[in-house]
Design a protein around this ligand. Structure first.
Ligand code: CTP
Length: 406
C-alpha cells in the first residue's frame, strides 16, 4: 500500500540491532510507512532475539532482510545501500557503532552502511556505562566527523530497571531527525565558498624544535564538515590530520606565515571566512640553520609578532563577506569579544572560556558565546558538531539576503 505523506517516494532502510529498545523500531517503521516512505528493514542476528521478523515484515514495505546470503539478490547490501535515500539505525548498539566507525562489514547491516553514500542517522541505545565509555564516545565522534547524524540517547529507564543516559530516543524524535535530514536544503550556505582555518600553528625555533599550542583542530574540522553538509564548497586550511569528507578541499599548513598565504589566496573568492585556528601571535626569529646543538648553550630565543591574518582580512573585507573570529578567553568573555569584533572589523566572534572544564583546546566538547554586532547567544556545553551548527546558524543570519546566490 502506498501513502501520499510527506516522505512519499523515499526509500528508507531501517537497521535494527540487538538491544532491548529494538521493540521501538517497530513504531519508527510504522510512522515512516504512515508518512509514505518505502521502508526496507534489516535486522542483525542479535535483533532477532528481541523482536520477531514477522512483526517488522508485516509493518514495513518489504520483508525483513537479515543476511548477506539468504536474499533473492546475491548482493543485498549494495542493492539496499544504492537504493536508499537514507539509512536509519535504531537502536544502534555499541558493536554496530564500532563496526561502522572501523569500516567493518560483519553482517548485512554493517555491510549496507559501508556500501552507501546516502545520509545515515544513527540512534544509539545502551547502558549508561557503555554510552560513556571512551571507546564508544570516540566512535561516535568519528562518525559525526564523517557527517553521520547522531540522535543522542535520552535519560530514562534502561534494561534491568536501571535509570540513566542511554535510552533510545523516542520514535517521534527519530522520525523528526529523518525528516530534517531529508528536507531539501534551505541553507543560505548552499553554493557559497566557505574558508575555515583549524588547528594550532607550529613556529620553528630551529630545524627540529617548534613553539606550538594545544589546539587540536576538532572545532574547525567540525565547522568544515557542517558547512559542507549545508551545501557550501569548503576550503579547510589546517595544521591537524583531517579525514577526507566530500565537498571539503584541504590545504595542510604548519606555520602562521603558511596559514596566512593559504587563507589570503582562498579568501579572494570566499563568501565566509571562519578563523577557528589558534594562530601563534609570536614566532622565533631564526637562530640557526639546522639544529641548535646543546654544546652551543641555551639558545637565545627572540620572538617577533606574526601577521594577524584575521585583522588583514577585516581591513580588506569585501561587501557581503562574513568574517568570523574565535577568542579563547579566561575572563570578561563578552567584553573582550566585542573589542575583537570592532578592532578586526568582524561580523561574529565566537568566544569560549578555556578555564572551564571540558571547554576548548583538545576536548570533544565546547561551550561558547556567539557575539555579533547586535546580539549575544550562549551555547551551553555540547559536542563540537553541535557548536559548529550554532556557529553556522549565526553565519547564515549574517549573510545579507541581497547577497544571496540565485
Ligand atoms: N588570529 C589570526 N592571526 C593571528 C592571531 C590570531 O588570524 N596572528 C585570529 C585567530 O584565528 C582567532 C582570532 O584571531 O580567530 C583571535 O585571536 P587572538 O589572538 O585571541 O586575538 P587578539 O586580538 O590578539 O587577542 P589577545 O589580546 O587575547 O591575544
Amino acid at each position: 500500500m502506498s501513502n501520499a505523506g510527506d516522505l512519499s517516494g523515499r526509500f528508507i532502510v531501517v537497521g535494527v540491532s540487538g538491544g532491548i529498545a529494538a521493540y521501538k523500531a517497530v513504531e519508527v517503521c510504522r510512522q515512516l510507512v504512515d508518512a509514505g516512505a518505502h521502508v526496507a528493514p534489516i535486522m542483525t542476528p542479535d535483533a532477532e532475539r528481541f523482536i520477531g521478523k514477522t512483526t517488522l515484515s508485516a509493518l514495513c514495505s518489504e520483508p525483513v532482510h537479515t543476511s548477506l546470503w539468504d536474499d533473492a539478490s546475491p548482493i543485498p547490501h549494495t542493492r539496499l545501500g544504492q537504493r536508499a535515500d537514507l539509512i536509519v539505525v535504531a537502536p544502534a548498539t555499541a558493536r554496530v557503532i564500532a563496526a561502522y566507525a572501523a569500516g567493518m562489514s560483519d553482517d548485512l547491516l554493517t555491510a549496507t552502511l559501508i556500501a552507501t553514500v546516502a545520509p545515515v542517522v544513527v540512534c544509539p541505545a545502551m547502558h549508561t556505562e557503555m554510552w560513556e565509555h571512551p571507546a564508544v564516545q570516540h566512535n561516535i565522534s568519528t562518525l559525526r566527523s564523517r557527517g553521520v547524524h547522531i540522535v543522542d540517547p535520552e535519560d530514562g529507564r534502561l534494561a534491568g530497571g536501571d535509570i540513566g543516559r542511554g535510552r533510545l530516543a523516542a520514535p517521534e524524535s527519530i522520525v523528526a531527525a529523518v525528516r530534517r535530514v531529508l528536507a531539501p536544503t534551505q541553507s543560505k550556505l548552499a553554493g557559497r565558498h566557505v574558508v575555515v582555518s583549524a588547528g594550532g600553528t607550529r613556529e620553528p625555533i630551529d630545524a627540529v624544535r617548534v613553539i606550538a599550542n594545544r589546539s587540536s583542530g576538532k572545532q574547525g574540522h567540525a565547522i568544515a564538515v557542517e558547512a559542507s553538509r549545508r551545501g557550501a564548497s569548503v576550503t579547510l586550511v589546517t595544521t591537524a590530520d583531517f579525514t577526507p569528507v566530500s565537498g571539503v578541499r584541504v590545504v595542510c599548513v604548519e606555520t602562521a606565515a603558511e596559514m596566512k598565504s593559504a587563507i589570503d589566496a582562498a579568501a579572494t573568492s570566499a563568501d565566509v571566512v571562519i578563523m577557528t585556528a589558534a594562530v601563534a601571535d609570536f614566532r622565533p626569529v631564526p637562530i640557526a640553520e639546522g639544529k641548535w646543538k646543546k654544546e652551543d648553550g641555551v639558545p637565545p630565543i627572540v620572538l617577533e609578532p606574526t601577521p594577524d591574518i584575521l585583522a588583514g582580512l577585516g581591513a580588506a573585507k569585501r561587501p557581503g563577506q562574513v568574517l568570523v573570529g574565535f577568542a579563547a578567553e579566561t575572563s570578561n568573555l563578552v567584553e573582550n569579544a566585542k573589542g575583537k569584533l570592532a578592532r578586526k572589523n568582524l561580523d561574529i566572534v565566537v568566544a569560549n572560556d578555556v578555564s572551564q572544564p571540558k571547554v576548548g583546546f583538545g576536548h570533544d566538547t565546547n561551550a561558547v558565546t556567539i557575539v555579533t554586532k547586535s546580539a549575544t547567544h550562549n551555547v551551553p556545553l555540547a559536542d563540537k558538531h553541535t557548536v559548529a551548527a550554532h556557529v553556522l546558524d549565526s553565519v547564515e543570519q549574517s549573510l545579507h539576503p541581497t547577497q544571496e546566490h540565485p
